[in-house]
Design a protein around this ligand. Sequence first.
Ligand code: GLC
Length: 546
Amino acid sequence: MTQTAPWWHAATAYQIYPRSFCDSDGDGIGDIPGIISRLDHLADLGIGFVWLSPVYRSPMADNGYDISDYRDIAPEFGTLADMDRLIAEAKSRGIGIVMDLVVNHSSDEHHWFQEARRSRDNPYRDYYVWRDPAPNGGAPNDLQSNFGGPAWSYDERTGQYYLHLFDRRQPDLNWQNPELRRAIYEMMNWWLDRGVAGFRMDVIDLIGKDPDASITADGPDLHPFLREMHDATLKGRDVVTVGEAWSATTEGALLYSGRDAGELSMVFQFAHIVQGWDEVHGKWKPKPFDLVGLKQVLAEWQLALADDGWNSLFWSNHDLPRAVSKYGDDGRFRVVSAKMLATVLHMMKGTPYIYQGEEIGMTNIAFTDISQFRDIETLNFHKIQTAAGVTPGDFLAGANSNGRDNARTPMQWTDGPQAGFTSGEPWIEVNPNHREINVAADRARPDGIFAHYCELARLRRELAVMREGSFTPYLQDHPKVMAYVRQHEDARIAVLANFTGEVVTVDVPRGLAISGRAISANYPGRDALDGTAELRPFEAVAILEG
Ligand code: GLC
């Protein structure tokens, strides 16, 4: 018997970063009523589910990735009643709301942590990871925080250190404690019973950690915990779960997302992103774009998950720069290159994620002074790196190229004041290019980027070959073009894309040759590939045979 494919194989996802999406009350911060007012935009786009970045109560040290109450909504974002309305209004448009589950750590203002730090014998003490100082009084070991500096902070009152793999205001939860795990599962069920369509799981690869052995990602208890979580919450429910896993390998991805693994629906991994980072300085030092390296990683993942497991497809999210600035051309060829990126990504196997603003080709913002940045990671690294001798100019170059605030400037709805995002003062500057780049202008064009994305979402719902087809890469060593074929039963799609602003002439390999109908293209007039193809700047075409 063939299993029917799950609904999310046919879905296109959309990520909302609530703080920057739409502000309904003029306080300069996006909110849930603002999201509700824009649901038709997402319905028009053909979205199947929204990954909603955290809206829970939070002191906002990391814009909500530091939760102080998992069962309430941050007042700046709205109320639980607003949330229920969002779930219902989205559902009536065929859109599921996927909550961001941030349970590797909580906020230091969560009552669990407030209790835990009162005394060593407090009942909540063991909900967190506490260790005695090293013999010299220093941190228990050298573990470093992902946001820079030691991963241990000393707590005066009880004379021990607590672990935080992110900021000191984000203490790590102790997953070794069965009571803590039960409390998390209960909370998940509480949200599922409210009607959410699933969870995106923040840095989920860290929960099985063994800090004493300096093991953070992929710890020995990771997969047992996920299976236990599945049994306690997800089993028997038709929901979608997405695990953020920076450390995932192709083999690991099968453990998370294998059909019968009993863990998650899919992984959200970053191999294609980090291949573009500097080996020593990571994302803080820009590195020239290397298409061959990028294609190699993409193909490796497509092939590894060909028969089992499921991947997320994305260029960008709230932690990454804007897709068109990073992989395309955000100047002269902005529109065609944004469409090219959409075509090559969405034609692959997996569930595609559109990050808010990508559907109109929003770009990075070039800040000129550190005071314009808001992101805790950028500000922490600024301190560390400038103290270590990096010049302010070099730091700015890195932050402007890869910093997280690029993705967090407000959604550009109109060419009006503050891009129609707020009637007040936005919490972070609006990109001045909203005068040309905005939803109203792009949607008014039949050949806009939005229209291109709508088409891709529609094709995914319609074409089994796009969802389930095999993947065969071509021209892997070509430094300027990307090419592949998808095949399912009798249906075949060939994709060819030029990643440069120059005309590129390609000898079409035999396996790529095709004639039929262009189903996704950013220039008119190509419905076959054969012999040689002269690709226009950033041209991309997907041709369905027949
Ligand atoms: C994830 C989130 C990021 C957050 C971090 C800590 O990587 O995507 O925004 O800062 O986890 O929660």
